[in-house]
Design a protein around this ligand. Structure first.
Ligand SMILES: C[S@@+](CC[C@H](N)C(=O)[O-])C[C@H]1O[C@@H](n2cnc3c(N)ncnc32)[C@H](O)[C@@H]1O
Length: 264
């Protein structure tokens, strides 16, 4: 197996049943075919070490911000992953989950009233921080604050939210570097000037399988993430999450960025 085949980021690990689309742009991909159950089963049944490292960074970052109780939060490209949205739960009055794929939207709709037990294991990582520990019943609070929207990152209204997350979306929605930059720009400028954000990216991804379906990605590194954020964000910190062996289990490393939306 080649190195490229090993790098099946966020994948369910199944070999490709459908042909690759190496030059696919975002609107050429049928996101309704994203298999939410296969994705969550492979990636989020249990807390992995790389996700744990990201959660600690994001948790401590948001806990150090001065956010008003009436803040509105947005998680873009939620897919079948609740931990980015949960990182914002103590700091918002309303939590918008912005996702394009219909199966993912249905999956989110089912999770909102009573999310699955595995997300409580993710919540335990956040609970080490007092602001999260103060949330007595995260399931009930999530149910009362979360709202799902079926919409594209490219349709985000500008300057609307007070804090935001976008995990493994800009790098994993297209093979086009210009679209990666546009998605980062759309996300950060959907936040009000000064609003804090956290974003995560797969490093150097070549694409991935979910439930036998192939999805495109664009290979980015820390420098590309930094460059994409520079025109629209302030106080940016970019960190590499590396577990040592770069190709273990098809794992090529992750990048997490925190910062504040700039005033442009
Ligand atoms: C690799 S998954 C990441 C899911 C999740 N955020 C996570 O952390 O695992 C990429 C997600 O981006 C979504 N997506 C693709 N194109 C999008 C678009 N134009 N606008 C919003 N979401 C999109 C997909 O449906 C999918 O849920």
């Amino acid at each position: 197996m080649s190195a490229v085949e090993l790098r099946q980021e966020r994948s369910d690990g199944e070999p490709g049943a459908s042909p690759r689309q190496p030059s696919a742009s975002n609107n050429q991909v049928n996101w309704d075919r994203f298999d939410s159950e296969a994705y969550v089963a492979h990636n989020y049944r249990a807390v992995r070490d790389d996700d744990r490292q990201i959660m600690v960074i994001v948790r401590d970052f948001f806990a150090g911000q001065d956010l008003a109780p009436e803040s509105r939060a947005v998680d873009v490209g939620t897919g079948a992953n609740l931990y980015p949205a949960l990182a914002m739960l103590p700091f918002c009055a309303h939590l918008d989950l912005w996702e394009l794929g219909s199966a993912n939207v249905e999956w989110i709709r089912r999770q909102i009233p009573h999310f699955d037990d595995n997300w409580l294991d993710f919540w335990d990582v956040y609970r080490a921080q007092p602001a999260y520990r103060a949330v007595a019943d995260p399931r009930a609070i999530f149910a009362s604050r979360a709202e799902v929207h079926r919409a594209s990152v490219f349709a985000l209204p500008s300057r609307t939210w007070d804090l935001g997350t976008m995990f493994f979306v800009a790098c994993s929605m297209s093979a086009d570097l210009a679209e990666f930059r546009r998605a980062v720009h759309a996300f950060v400028t959907a936040l009000k000037p000064g609003a804090p954000f956290a974003a995560a990216f797969m490093a150097e991804s070549q694409g991935y399988h979910v439930g036998g379906e192939w999805f495109p990605a664009v290979a980015v590194d820390d420098a590309e993430v930094t460059a994409a954020l520079a025109p629209v964000a302030d106080g940016v910190r970019v960190e590499r999450i590396d577990l040592g062996d770069p190709l273990r289990d098809g794992y090529a490393g992750m990048i997490v960025a925190t910062g504040r939306s700039g005033s442009e």
